[in-house]
Design a protein around this ligand. Structure first.
Ligand SMILES: Cc1ncc(COP(=O)(O)O)c(C=O)c1O
Length: 381
């Protein structure tokens, strides 16, 4: 066996793999909550690719970047404290971990609407806690009265609500959930991985009644920078209502220059935090607001067009996330037919439907391609 390195072979493999890997700019990625990273983010990530984000002593730029992000994004949500993480999943696990650490004399239980992201199931499995799900219509937010009943009955240490659900873009009543959490002394985590950089803008521009803030009673909010923040993967922020909550997420690490490490990961891409900060600075709150409006208008355009198609049921988007289904094919069959045409949508199993997420890279022309494919699959002229 030849064990010598083979740079030529590696290059050929990369070249070939590149040619078969879809890119956001080709308009085929329509269901994922990822987007093309902003060019300044790519530049910054490359430049700081060697930086270990777990070592702020050698690399103070990591803490600088983190501060820029937390101040900038936090200002949109009325939040001051936070920690940069690798994504929505890490933010959710960390939030529940902090909630468990600070809870006193409550059940080892988390209460959440059934529309919650699967990473909450993952967090509860990892932490050995019971997850009680409130059955909800996937197209509707949880009823605050029902949420309170569950809190009274199950005495959870934490409640999770979602500001922009994964399968339908529904925004749970965050303010009311905060009031319930405050009254019952429960840690309230708001999963705004998807909606965090949409809701404040779409509310201000009149598309959405609900707003998103660190309301009284809210303990944490997660916002993904690698979703609508246009930052390279991996990038999310977990905002916390109190500075001392961050301490609960820090662990002794004596051999490191700082002597401790905060968050779930050890060595981590410092380039990702620096890139996210550079992207946030470049786009600015105004740019994110313009993006949100453009994306929402595109989602409404898709809904309008799908509504006119016979054999397609389309649900009016709440955020720029479209859910639709066929009256003659199952959603699995339709998913496969679109995949065969190299159109990559995702699924909304709770609605037996398909999901398109109109992310910053999605243009009307990409949506037209999808509409035409659906027409052709259904034999419509
Ligand atoms: C509401 C919500 N929370 C959390 C996540 C998990 O995010 P990530 O894939 O970055 O871990 C997602 C992913 O789509 C999501 O939609």
């Amino acid at each position: 066996m030849n064990t010598a390195g083979n740079p030529e072979k590696a290059r050929r493999w990369l070249e070939e793999a590149r040619s078969r890997t879809p890119h956001h700019s080709d308009g085929s990625i329509l269901g994922s909550m990822t987007t093309a990273p902003h060019p300044i983010g790519v530049e910054a990530f490359k430049e700081f690719i060697h930086v270990n984000g777990n070592d702020p002593v050698i690399y103070p730029v990591v803490e600088e970047a983190s501060r820029i992000l937390i101040e900038g994004v936090g200002a949109l949500l009325g939040a001051e404290h936070g920690i940069h993480t690798s994504g929505g999943t890490e933010s959710n696990i960390l939030a529940l971990y902090i909630g468990r650490r600070i809870s006193r004399g409550r059940e080892n239980t988390v209460v959440a609407p059934s529309s919650v992201h699967r990473s909450i199931d993952k967090a509860c499995l990892l932490m050995g806690c019971r997850l009680v799900k409130i059955p909800v219509d996937p197209l509707k937010p949880v009823d605050p009265g029902v949420l309170e009943e569950y809190v009274r009955k199950h005495k959870p240490f934490a409640v999770v609500v979602t500001a922009g659900t994964t399968e339908a873009g529904v925004v749970d009543p965050v303010k009311e959930a905060g009031e319930i959490a405050e009254e019952h002394g429960v840690f309230l985590h708001v999963d705004a991985a998807y909606g965090g950089l949409l809701i404040p803008f779409l509310h201000r521009r009149g598309y959405l009644a609900e707003d998103l803030r660190m309301y009284p009673g809210v303990s944490s909010i997660s916002v993904d920078m690698h979703k609508n923040g246009c930052a390279p993967i991996p990038s999310s922020i977990l905002f916390l209502s109190r500075r001392d909550y961050i301490e609960e997420a820090c662990f002794e690490m004596e051999y490191m220059p700082r002597g401790r490490s905060c968050g779930l990961l050890g060595t981590r891409p410092g380039g990702a935090v620096i890139a996210a900060a550079a992207v946030f600075m470049t786009i600015g709150a105004k740019g994110y607001e313009e993006n949100a409006v453009r994306m929402m208008e595109n989602a409404l355009y898709l809904h309008e067009n799908l509504s006119h198609l016979p054999m397609i049921t389309s649900y009016k988007p709440i955020l720029p996330l479209n859910v639709f289904k066929s009256t003659i094919y199952t959603y699995e069959e339709l998913f496969k037919a679109l995949l065969d045409r190299k159109l990559y949508v995702y699924k909304s199993p709770s609605l037996q439907a398909l999901r398109v997420v109109v992310m910053p890279h999605v243009e009307k022309a990409h949506l037209d391609r999808l509409i035409n494919a659906l027409k052709s699959i259904h034999g419509v002229q």
